[in-house]
Design a protein around this ligand. Structure first.
Ligand SMILES: [Zn+2]
Length: 140
């Protein structure tokens, strides 16, 4: 793990791992009386704190964005979602199908029809974890 990927451009406090972020979140909750959540940086390996919840546009990775929409809506039309991720054939557009396959293999979603077809949320706590930590970091 290079140090570089911990130096993201978010301008937020950075923590090396989830445990350190949780510790700081607990201290902030104690000090300021607000609920503080932890999440892995969308642009790197660091963890950050937020008192404002997640903004979907800030979840830059395709996997996290897909997980977010599944948590919010319960299901996602893959073809429609894909058109919002990028131009046909682009890296992000192609990534959507890979994420869908990975999520299905992990039991996070059920596929109906397709590909592309439709994804139905099957494991909400797991999908919330993907939003928080990213699909590649997710371990069932
Ligand atoms: Zn960051």
């Amino acid at each position: 793990m290079s140090g570089r990927r911990y130096n993201c451009g978010c301008g937020k406090r950075r923590f090396r791992d989830e445990a350190a972020a949780r510790e700081a979140a607990a201290a902030d909750e104690e000090a300021y009386g607000v609920a503080v959540a932890v999440y892995r940086c969308p642009g790197g390996l660091a963890w950050h704190l937020t008192a404002h919840g997640f903004i979907p546009e800030a979840l830059r990775s395709v996997g996290r964005r897909l997980a977010y929409e599944l948590v919010e809506h319960g299901s996602v039309e893959v073809a429609e979602f894909r058109t919002r991720m990028g131009r046909p054939g682009s890296r992000r557009w192609t990534r959507v199908e890979r994420c869908a396959e990975q999520m299905a293999a992990l039991g996070l979603v059920r596929r109906e029809g397709g590909p592309p077809g439709r994804l139905v949320a099957a494991d909400l706590p797991g999908l919330r974890r993907v939003v928080q930590a990213g699909l590649d970091a997710y371990r069932p």
